[in-house]
Ligand binder design. Structure first.
Ligand SMILES: *[C@@H]1O[C@H](CO)[C@@H](O)[C@H](O)[C@H]1NC(C)=O
Ligand SMILES: *[C@@H]1O[C@H](CO)[C@@H](O)[C@H](O)[C@H]1NC(C)=O
Ligand SMILES: *[C@@H]1O[C@H](CO)[C@@H](O)[C@H](O)[C@H]1NC(C)=O
Ligand SMILES: *[C@@H]1O[C@H](CO)[C@@H](O)[C@H](O)[C@H]1NC(C)=O
Ligand SMILES: *[C@@H]1O[C@H](CO)[C@@H](O)[C@H](O)[C@H]1NC(C)=O
Ligand SMILES: *[C@H]1O[C@H](CO)[C@@H](O)[C@H](O)[C@H]1NC(C)=O
Length: 394
């Protein structure tokens, strides 16, 4: 109850454009004790919130001593708490895997009255499959777009018309390659590319983890960057509950990424959560609970999404490609300088925010919620002004 009323108070305050300081509220005593952070009041205002999807991706809690536990309702039963450092500047949570876990866990954290995320940078940091034309095992990708590629009709490939290249085609269309005419709103998200450029610079010169096993498997590819050592690169992420593999599905979803991004997105990495986390964040942004221009999507490559030229899809998919351990290691190798950079350069670079690219607010989500919201706010302000005028004339 307490958290509900605080949440709606928060929303009302935001709608009236009250200063953020006005909303700070004392923590309930019991939560305080659990947190072990005496003499502090909620809400906690993290500068960085790291989002992991499953246990191996949490390379943070031990290394950064994120041992202040804040248990929140609505998180995964497997990962029921957010962990923060003693200062409350860096926090981490684990969503649980795939779209439903990601959506529900991230929503629950973002709506919790124990936190004020309005100035927080979010680092979604997990492992992913990689398109060998854009990266290799252990590579670290930073996304502009996340596309929910399997939000589509599907007909088993054995029963598709003879002139179709795939069984996947978009809602409201008549076949593959056509744009959707029915939109659910979670199909594609665009992130702040100026923030992406800024934080990638902090990874300059890092020594990415590489192993003999990963090197041996990538040598099966006869093209770069698949057969080269891992590197940091820019590439977009697909989201799908179905863990797909093989060149035909990869090309089909690459084509769908292209449709949703008007040809500007490059399908590079594939995972099961990002659009769900981003939808939770887009809604929280619209409610004034966080800033969607402060989201970083980093995925490190644990396996190739398609077989090398001399292997079967199923053999490649089921074999140990050797990419898991460098991918996990590189979450920390590439992520730590970003987390430290945000903390150290808060006053000079990050605190005030990094302006997104032109047109970003329109494309941030398919429903254009953010620009819609601005129009609503302008209308709201006009109504307030008008009623103030009426009042003053009385
Ligand atoms: C926080 O939770 C972890 C388990 O996730 C536990 O190991 C740790 O002891 C807890 N910290 C405190 C201060 O209770
Ligand atoms: C397949 O053929 C049908 C019938 O000729 C045609 O209407 C349709 O556009 C074709 N589809 C594709 C994806 O080429
Ligand atoms: C990185 O790679 C080496 C092998 O080259 C390995 O021994 C090491 O433990 C790896 N992991 C980390 C976290 O550095
Ligand atoms: C992807 O699109 C290209 C260009 O339209 C097409 O040639 C190719 O067959 C498509 N691939 C799949 C698997 O749908
Ligand atoms: C693609 O173009 C459509 C139509 O102009 C526009 O509504 C949409 O926002 C664009 N999406 C991206 C990601 O550029
Ligand atoms: C999912 O989110 C990614 C990352 O922001 C975005 O690039 C992509 O277009 C989104 N996909 C869909 C189908 O929403």
């Amino acid at each position: 109850m307490v958290s509900l009323s605080l949440t709606s108070l928060f929303t009302v305050c935001m709608a009236l454009a009250a200063p953020l300081g006005a909303i700070a509220s004392p923590a309930p005593a019991s939560a305080h004790a659990e947190r072990g952070m005496d003499k502090r009041w909620y809400p906690i205002r993290p500068k960085v919130m790291i989002i992991s999807m499953f246990a191996p991706e949490d390379v943070w809690t031990e290394n950064l001593k994120l041992d202040q536990n804040i248990t929140l309702p609505g998180l995964s039963p497997l990962f029921p708490k957010v962990g923060c450092n003693a200062e409350g500047t860096i926090c981490q949570m684990t969503t649980g895997e795939s779209e439903i876990n990601a959506a529900v866990s991230v929503t629950s954290a973002l709506l919790a009255s124990e936190f004020d995320f309005t100035k927080t940078y979010f680092l979604i940091a997990g492992i992913a499959g990689v398109n060998p034309f854009t990266g290799t095992l252990g590579s670290v990708g930073f996304a502009r777009y996340a596309v929910q590629v399997a939000l589509a009709y599907e007909i088993d490939a054995r029963q598709i018309p003879s002139n179709w290249t795939t069984g996947y085609y978009l809602f409201g269309s008549d076949g593959p390659g056509e744009p959707a005419s029915t939109i659910y709103g979670t199909e594609v998200y665009e992130l702040n590319t100026n923030l992406r450029d800024t934080i990638i610079a902090y990874t300059d010169g890092v020594s990415l983890n590489d192993t003999e096993g990963a090197a041996a498997y990538r040598a099966n590819y006869d093209y770069a960057p698949a057969n080269q050592p891992p590197a940091v690169f820019k590439g977009d992420v697909s989201t799908s509950d179905a863990y797909f593999a093989g060149s035909l599905l990869d090309e089909a979803f690459g084509n769908i990424t292209s449709i949703w991004t008007n040809g500007t997105g490059v399908y590079s990495l594939t995972a099961q959560e990002d659009n769900a986390s981003l939808e939770a964040m887009a809604r929280a942004h619209t409610a004034g609970k966080m800033d969607f221009a402060r989201v970083i999507l980093m995925r490190t490559a644990s396996d190739f999404d398609r077989a090398p030229p001399n292997q079967d899809t199923i053999f490649s998919f089921q074999t140990n490609q050797g990419g898991f351990s460098p991918a996990i290691a590189n979450i920390y190798v590439a992520g730590l300088p970003i987390v430290e950079g945000i903390i150290n350069d808060w006053d000079t670079v990050f605190g005030g925010g990094i302006d997104p690219q032109e047109g970003w607010a329109f494309n941030a989500d398919v429903f254009h919620t953010f620009t819609q919201r601005k129009r609503e706010m302008r209308e709201f302000e006009r109504v307030v002004r008008r009623s103030n005028n009426v009042m003053s004339r009385r």
